[in-house]
Design a protein around this ligand. Structure first.
Ligand code: FES
Length: 111
């Protein structure tokens, strides 16, 4: 069960600073997190690719899928699940909007 209170969320930036189709690197809970804006909705996954450590924040975003910039493994930014069928996945984090601020959970989602 996923029972997070607003206390678990950390303000990482302003909504207007992360335009549609872009990403930025943020820190929450001591982790480097890649934050993506897809059509006005925000999604957060661990920035480190589980293959060899590529920075997912620098990957190319196509729809809800980001390709790692190093060897192009692909991950769904909504869940962190790999979409290549190779079993790779990254942690994902809940995102909330409060006023004009983007908040990211300091704890990854449980599946
Ligand atoms: S480091 Fe990401 S695909 Fe290889």
């Amino acid at each position: 069960m996923n029972s997070k209170s607003l206390d678990d969320f950390i303000a990482v930036g302003k909504v207007d600073d992360i335009p549609d189709g872009t990403s930025c690197l943020v820190k929450a809970g001591g982790k480097n997190i890649a934050l993506f804006n897809v059509s006005g909705k925000f999604f957060a996954i661990n920035n480190i690719c589980p293959h060899e450590g590529g920075p997912l924040v620098k990957g190319k975003l196509k729809g809800f899928v980001v390709g790692c910039p190093w060897h192009d493994l692909k991950f769904d930014v909504r869940s962190g699940f790999g979409t290549d069928g190779g079993g790779y996945c990254v942690a994902s984090y809940d995102v909330r909007i409060k006023g004009d601020e983007v908040l990211v959970s300091s704890r990854c989602r449980d599946y």
